[in-house]
Structure formats: structure tokens, C-alpha cells
Design a protein around this ligand. Structure first.
Ligand SMILES: Cc1cc2nc3c(=O)[nH]c(=O)nc-3n(C[C@H](O)[C@H](O)[C@H](O)COP(=O)(O)OP(=O)(O)OC[C@H]3O[C@@H](n4cnc5c(N)ncnc54)[C@H](O)[C@@H]3O)c2cc1C
Length: 387
């Protein structure tokens, strides 16, 4: 990742951290070359949203280069590369503002979950198609009355002849209207008062009859969210992912994957780049604030890299990921406010800085909600400290 100096500064590039090794830095160069060719044609708004911008063609071109499913075994379409190599690709995508939404969820959590808990048939039929950027996934956890307290899930899956019958509603399902599959959390026994017991996960083909996907327009006018209604939709028997009743521990490990990546501190990065480009070096108030942000970014990156290394060693990253996400989202949420204070009325034009500021400001409240709210993460961290 490169960090550019403000307008009128002598043009130079400051390395964010020591290089990670020759092979990895060569990979970084290759990714940058590819992104320099493919990303500039997208609008400033699309680049500001980056992994919340959806473009299947872009994901297919990533897959063709071997940059999806990088750490998975070759027999399932993966490339057997390290977690750090994957990390470098992710941070370059985010730094450039590449529209990575079509493959992000499948690469980050659905694929790894199938690899860990899925049947051999699932691994062979689904993983290679994710890795080439063909299949896209969404996350079916939250429900109308259930978000933070996921153990209270009410949607049900009932065994029927030849399959499972799904009923209930999932809410805030990002990109469900574009996705091929959902990994959904359903109750297979008991009631919501049974909490962690009786929950199971399913790999659900979203084209199954009886599934209605209704898009919910966000305040900023974007159509990313959905309500997904299951009306006795019957899916195949072998759609059960992992153990019946073992859904809770699977979801907890999935959430650790969801919380640990560089997207948890780089969501405002394009805004920071635009601000640095527009900053006046003579204004010490502005340069000091940008310098503070830079220092915070370097620290967060080191912490996030540490979690990637733990993942590579197969360690439990639950609490470490929660700490990085909490600190990371606090940082990325602060940036649009700070830039507003720096540039004030100058942000009323139609230039890239103004447009990126607008998109980032709209998205920012969600940074500390998606993937588990700030309060929930802090409760997890607090409980761990008291153990
Ligand atoms: C941009 C975005 C994308 C999302 N994408 C998806 C998706 O693809 N799939 C999916 O399943 N979900 C998705 N979500 C939903 C997200 O996971 C939930 O919004 C989140 O878990 C909070 O749930 P809730 O909205 O029901 O809030 P609630 O659980 O009702 O919480 C409301 C408030 O109360 C606080 N609170 C709740 N319980 C406690 C407690 N025990 N202690 C202290 N405070 C508490 C919360 O922190 C929050 O501030 C997305 C959300 C956003 C913003």
C-alpha cells in the first residue's frame, strides 16, 4: 500500500511498513499492475465503496488471475498460498477502491466455511466455481427481531421427504438480490428460548421456489440490503452445512473470519487519499491531523496483519479479531467527520473529494454495525479479559 503526500509536497512514496518478503512484494506489484489497468475506469463513488461495489466481471478477472480462494487446496480450485499473500491482495484491492463485492463474502467466509464443514460433494461442486469468480454468496444471519442476539434465531428448517423445508425471514442481507447462494442460520429443533442449541447452517440456492428477495433502499439511495422471505422453500437434503445442531459454533468461527480483515479499517481509505491529494501543506492543522491518521493506520495495519498471521497458523482469532474490528471501525468512522472539519465549505463542489466524502459519510454509520456492533464486540472482549 502506498501513501501519497499532500498537494505541493515533494512527490514521494512512504512505505507503510517493512516489506513482507520478496515473493509477497512481487505479488503486490503484480496486483498493482492489474489494478492500475482495471480500476481507474470506475467512478469515484464506486471506488469509495470498494468491497461494497458489485461487479461480477471484475470478480471473474480476479479469479482468472488466481486471486480468489488463494489459501484453499488446489484440488478445490484454490492456490495453496499463504494468509499473508491473501492479505496483500485484499489491501491492494481496498487501497485502489476495486469493486470487489461480488466475490468478497464467498472468498472471506463462505468458501472457508464450506472447506471446513462441507461435504466432499459441496467442496468439489462449489469451491472451484467461487475461486474462478463465478459463484457469489451472501450471509443469512440477521432477522427482523434478531441481530446482535443471533442465538435467538427464529427462522426454521424442518426435515421433509428428500430435503429441508425453510420458513421465516432474514433481514439486512447484503447483495442477496445478486447472489447465487446464501449460507443461512436456521433453527432445526427447539425454540428461540433454547438459544445456542438446535441451530444449523445451510447452503441455500437462492433460485429455489418459495424464496422471495425484496430489496430495501438505503438512506443514500443504494440498493444493497434485502429482506429474504422463505415460504416453505424446500432445499436438498445435502444442503445441510456441517452438523445438525452444530450451527452456533460454526457461526462463531465464521464471524471471526468476517471481523479480522483489512476491510475493517480501510473503508474510508479512498477518502483519506483524496483528502491528502487536496490538502494544503501550509496548513499545519490539516497536515497534523492527516499525520495522526497515518500513524493510526500504520498501527491498525500491523495489528490486522498479526491476525492474518494467526489465521495462517490455524489459531483462534475470535478476540483478536474483535479488538482489531472495534479499533478499526472507530478509526474509519472518524475520518469523514475529520475531513469535514478540515475542508468545511470546500466540500460543496462536484470534485472527487466531495463525491467520495458524500459516499463515505453515508456508509460510515454502518461500519460499526455490520459484522457485529461495537457494544457486542466490547462485551466479548470484556468477558475474555475477566476470564
Ligand atoms: C452495512 C450493513 C451490512 C449488513 N449485512 C448483513 C448481512 O449481509 N447479513 C446479515 O445477516 N446481517 C447483516 N447486517 C446486519 C448486522 O449484522 C446487524 O445490524 C447487527 O448485528 C445488529 O443487529 P440489529 O440491527 O438487529 O440491532 P440490535 O441487535 O437490535 O441492536 C440495537 C442496538 O442495541 C445494542 N445492543 C444489542 N444488544 C446488546 C447487548 N447485549 N449489550 C449492549 N448493547 C446491545 C447494539 O449494539 C445496537 O447498538 C448488516 C448491517 C449493516 C449495517
Amino acid at each position: 500500500m502506498r501513501f501519497y503526500c499532500a498537494k505541493n509536497f515533494p512527490v514521494k512514496v512512504i512505505a507503510l511498513a517493512p516489506p513482507l518478503g520478496e515473493d509477497i512484494e512481487q505479488l503486490r506489484k503484480d496486483v498493482r499492475t492489474f489494478l492500475a489497468e482495471h480500476v481507474p475506469q470506475y467512478s469515484a463513488e464506486i471506488r469509495a465503496a470498494s468491497w461494497m461495489s458489485y461487479d461480477r466481471a471484475f470478480s471473474r478477472s480476479m479469479g482468472a488471475r488466481g486471486w480468489i480462494g488463494m489459501t484453499w487446496p488446489k484440488q478445490y480450485g484454490g492456490h495453496e498460498r499463504s494468509s499473508l499473500e491473501r492479505y496483500v491482495v485484499l489491501e491492494e484491492l481496498l487501497a485502489a477502491g476495486a469493486p470487489s463485492g461480488a466475490h468478497w463474502v464467498a472468498d472471506r467466509q463462505s468458501g472457508p466455511l464450506i472447506l471446513r464443514c462441507g461435504t466432499e460433494e459441496m467442496k468439489q461442486s462449489i469451491l472451484p466455481r467461487i475461486a474462478c469468480g463465478e459463484l457469489t454468496f451472501c450471509i443469512g444471519m440477521s432477522e427482523p427481531e434478531v441481530g446482535s442476539d443471533l442465538a435467538s434465531v427464529q427462522a426454521r428448517a424442518e426435515r421433509v421427504a428428500g430435503g429441508w423445508k425453510l420458513s421465516g425471514t432474514k433481514l439486512w442481507t447484503t447483495f442477496a438480490h445478486q447472489a447465487d447462494y446464501m449460507i443461512g442460520l436456521f433453527r432445526t429443533s427447539g425454540t428461540s428460548t433454547d438459544k445456542h442449541k438446535g441451530l444449523s447452517q445451510f447452503v441455500i440456492d437462492l433460485h429455489t421456489p418459495g424464496i422471495e428477495i425484496r430489496t430495501i433502499r438505503e438512506l443514500g439511495g443504494h440498493d444493497n440490503f434485502n429482506e429474504v422471505v422463505f415460504r416453505d422453500a424446500v432445499i436438498r437434503e445435502d444442503s445441510l452445512l456441517g452438523d445438525e445442531g452444530g450451527g452456533w459454533s460454526q457461526v462463531v468461527s465464521e464471524l471471526a473470519l468476517e471481523r479480522s480483515g483489512p476491510e475493517r479499517y480501510l473503508s474510508s481509505f479512498r477518502l483519506l487519499v483524496e483528502a491528502i491529494g487536496a490538502a494544503d501543506r501550509g496548513d499545519s492543522r490539516v497536515t497534523t491531523e492527516l499525520g495522526i491518521m497515518y500513524a493510526e493506520l500504520v498501527t491498525l495495519r500491523q495489528m490486522s496483519l498479526g491476525v492474518a498471521a494467526m489465521l495462517g497458523e490455524g489459531k483462534d482469532t475470535g478476540i483478536a479479531a474483535a479488538v482489531v474490528k472495534d479499533l478499526g471501525v472507530t478509526f474509519e468512522q472518524r475520518i469523514p467527520h475529520a475531513i469535514h472539519d478540515m475542508f468545511g465549505r470546500e466540500l460543496l463542489g462536484t470534485d472527487d473529494l466531495t463525491r467520495v466524502q458524500a459516499v463515505t459519510t453515508e456508509m460510515a454509520p454502518g461500519f460499526s454495525l455490520r459484522g457485529g456492533t461495537r457494544e457486542i464486540l466490547r462485551s466479548l472482549i470484556g468477558r475474555e479479559l475477566l476470564r
